[in-house]
Design a binder for this molecule. Structure first.
Ligand SMILES: NC(=O)c1ccc[n+]([C@@H]2O[C@H](COP(=O)([O-])OP(=O)(O)OC[C@H]3O[C@@H](n4cnc5c(N)ncnc54)[C@H](OP(=O)(O)O)[C@@H]3O)[C@@H](O)[C@H]2O)c1
Length: 253
């Protein structure tokens, strides 16, 4: 069975590793090619866009892919829309691996917003010290609010830097634990965090740290994603694949 995993997440890497050890699947992992030094992956990798849904559909046909797995980040909505469209165009079965959202818990001071522009507005007029836990491509609108001091953490350096007088840049790759994020927020005297509701463990540290320090979190709501068959964990996906293999065998495929 030939599988294409649309990846770029910790889960896609874990899934590729689990599938590789079974030796039962021919796996290709697809990355967008955004990070300068991507982590080593436990499966063959192709990198870069396909050229929209039609390009992805062409790839699925050319490579005789049997199953398409969308294991991209929940905020990577364009590739998920393309995956749904390409599956519809080709008839290749699609399953999405989607982390459940983080739920607000006691002590959380969340301000949920629909867009980055709304997150900028929610910071208000008075100067604040802001931890921007967002991707490089999402921080540019914060230049509209130059009165704040920004702490920006990203995998690759932010280039060009944010057009504001006060910004501090850190390059680091998760996972980030609560203790280290708490120390970071304290060291930089942060008074508000801006984050996505990514779900999963790897980036929850800042949410727990903000709660412990009684800091508000401006949290960007998830984008709408196409309604496709989906599971929440790598184990559930492995079960889904087992089932797909068994039913293909019983149909004599
Ligand atoms: N957005 C986030 O917050 C976030 C966080 C962590 C990791 N990531 C990962 O970073 C990558 C890019 O995220 P994004 O938000 O920029 O995506 P996006 O906005 O949904 O996608 C933009 C375009 O990038 C290409 N692309 C995206 N993911 C791809 C993949 N896995 N393989 C091949 N092409 C891909 C596609 O180009 P074509 O139309 O030309 O095919 C897509 O139309 C994804 O793999 C995602 O899982 C994203």
């Amino acid at each position: 069975m030939k599988i294409l995993i649309l990846g770029g997440t910790a889960e896609s890497r874990a899934l590729a590793g689990q599938l590789a050890v079974t030796g039962r699947f021919d796996v290709m992992l697809s990355l967008a090619g955004r990070t300068a030094k991507p982590l080593a992956q436990p499966a063959p990798v192709r990198s870069g866009g396909f050229g929209g849904a039609e390009g992805l559909a062409g790839y699925l046909r050319d490579k005789n892919i049997d199953v398409l797995i969308d294991a991209t980040h929940p905020y990577a909505d364009a590739i998920s829309v393309n995956a749904a469209r390409a599956a519809a165009l080709t008839g290749v079965p699609l399953v999405a691996l989607r982390r459940p959202v983080w739920e607000r818990t006691q002590g959380d001071q969340w301000i949920e917003v629909e867009s980055i522009a709304a997150a900028v507005a929610a910071l208000g007029q008075a100067p604040r010290r802001v931890f921007l836990a967002l991707g490089r491509k999402e921080i540019e609108p914060f230049a509209e609010a130059p009165q704040h001091t920004y702490l920006v953490r990203s995998v690759d350096p932010v280039d060009p830097p944010l057009a504001v007088p006060h910004a501090i840049y850190l390059t680091a790759r998760g996972p980030f634990r609560e203790t280290e994020d708490r120390a970071l927020l304290e060291r930089h005297r942060i008074d508000v965090v801006v984050a996505k509701n990514s779900g999963g463990e790897a980036s929850y540290g800042k949410i727990a740290a903000a709660r412990a320090l009684h800091l508000p979190v401006i949290i960007l709501k998830r984008p709408a994603l196409p309604e496709v068959e989906s599971v929440e964990t790598v184990d559930e996906l492995l079960d889904w694949l087992d089932h797909a293999v068994t039913s293909a065998a019983s149909r004599g495929v």
